[in-house]
Design a protein around this ligand. Sequence first.
Ligand SMILES: C[S@@+](CC[C@H](N)C(=O)[O-])C[C@H]1O[C@@H](n2cnc3c(N)ncnc32)[C@H](O)[C@@H]1O
Length: 250
Amino acid sequence: MGLPVHTLYGIGVGPGDPELLTLKAARILKEVGVIYAASSSDNDYSIAYEIIRPHIQEKTDFPPDKGGLRGVEVCRLSFPMTRDKAALEQAWTANASEVLTALKTMNAAFVTLGDPLTYSTFSYLLNTMNALETDVSFRVEIIPGVTSYNAAACRSMIPLVSGEECLFVTSGALGGAKLQEIAHVADTIVMLKAYRYFNHIYDTLEALNLLDHAVLISRCGMEGEQVVTNLRQLKGQKLPYLSLLLIKRP
Ligand SMILES: C[S@@+](CC[C@H](N)C(=O)[O-])C[C@H]1O[C@@H](n2cnc3c(N)ncnc32)[C@H](O)[C@@H]1O
């Protein structure tokens, strides 16, 4: 008889409010043997982990007869905050190997902010696992999560699309250049990762006459949430990492 085949669940935990975790995700998190969460090796902190914390019973180091909990194990997969491709690949290979080792004996979950197939580290993990030469067979199941921009649209009460309108989702990680390409065809633009090059994005919006049609939402559903409808008050400011823009063409 062959070895049992275990499942890796890629779980979207929603954008921040623990109540936006799906029922399915909450159930699976209680059933798996181990939960992995990505964290930066600089600060060892995972936002996805903080979101699931109220939903799980974490295993402690103490044996149950000494007051320890028979909960689920939570492991942090660290990856360096760098653009150095070699260093990143090395980290993802080590992380992928760790998950493969766990899948020999148990089901595992990888939790990720928002939705697992929307600008998510889950794709990197899965691609690396599939590329590694291994004799471990595993199944994959992906559980969708509420995206940051769905939550942000609800918070700011901006309809994403209606009728025949079209929506573009893009990243601002390299600045505002993408906006120029899509501003004329999109009715609504969602720009994630708007924090680092916000000043460049701001200038691009101004040049496109879209500054008064954009709303910035930071830390949606979390402590310190901000919904800013007058972008001019943000000029020159540093934004939190969890910031996105909703732009609705007039
Ligand atoms: C690596 S992407 C993750 C996207 C996520 N998978 C999703 O489905 O929304 C990180 C970016 O998502 C956006 N984001 C995630 N959570 C957010 C929140 N609670 N409030 C505002 N923006 C958020 C920010 O633009 C942030 O820079």
